[in-house]
Design a protein around this ligand. Sequence first.
Ligand code: ZN
Length: 349
Amino acid sequence: MNARRQTLRILALSPLVLYSGVALPARQIPPVEQLKAGYRRRLTEKLAGNVVPYIDIESSCNPGQLDIDGVARAMDELDIGLMALSADVGGGQFERGIRYDALASRLMAKYPDRFIPVGNGGVPPAWTRDTGAFLTAYEQDVNDGNCLLMGEFEFRHYPSPRQVQRGANRDETVPIDGETGHRVFHLSEASGLAFQIHYEIEDGLLPPLEKMLAQYPKAKVIWCHLAQVRYLERAPSYSPAYVEGLIGKFPNLYFETAFGGSNSVYPLSGQRHARVWASNGTIRKDWLDLLVAYPQRFLAALDLGGDRMHRIREWDQNLRTFLRQLPRDTQHQIAYRSAWKLLFGEEFS
Ligand SMILES: [Zn+2]
């Protein structure tokens, strides 16, 4: 049996499908049109005030430690438009049997004009130690209509710089073309929702990703951290020309632009891993040309996380330093227009 058919068989046997016809409606978020009206109002107000708001398409948090009011206040102070803030189920929750957190509904209850309802991040332990239960809960939540977006799913994740500092050298691999990958790509195709992947840039990892993109042409994939290459020697094929080739081949592939500043060094390789920057701190011409040529494929993102939520001002400044260097139209497109189109299938107006 090929992997796709196997995945479909698993889906057919899952409680989601068995009970979807008889389950009570479990939708917990406002209707999309209502959300959109609030989002549009907020972005329009900021534009009228002559600031460029952005849609942070990818941030995550520890749902048990999140100060929702504090984040909302910071968003107002910093003129952040909208935030797709996902929950990462933590170790404590996992030990208590929790596999999926309904953070999105709590965010919607308080600040439906600021937050985008997004499903959980695919992170350990639930993602790797109880994958089946995690994905079944995920499929249920998507099926109930509680998400406008999914992820970030960690298919290949080196230890982050902050994990290295803490001595937590976790190193994750979930084959993107394995059973789990097929289930996620299928869910995107079936639901029409985009999902985010964390996928380190290595030559050996490119063919399986391309294979999946070709096999699931309707899956909408946001590859996080454009040009964040931790080890240059592992990715000789990756370049603006390579990314342009992907853009040409895969109409539903997007890239988010959360990466370190020009002086950020990945501690395990000692290399400046945000490759978009030239040594003088400006965007390299080849990357800039690509961003200007295909701005609708690139999305603004903060990449806040549970361990850096209190540093939102710093992360906001990093993102704005990048956005400010783009020509005006490109800046507006990447800051919020691309995300709007991806989420709602129409131009922002
Ligand atoms: Zn990531």
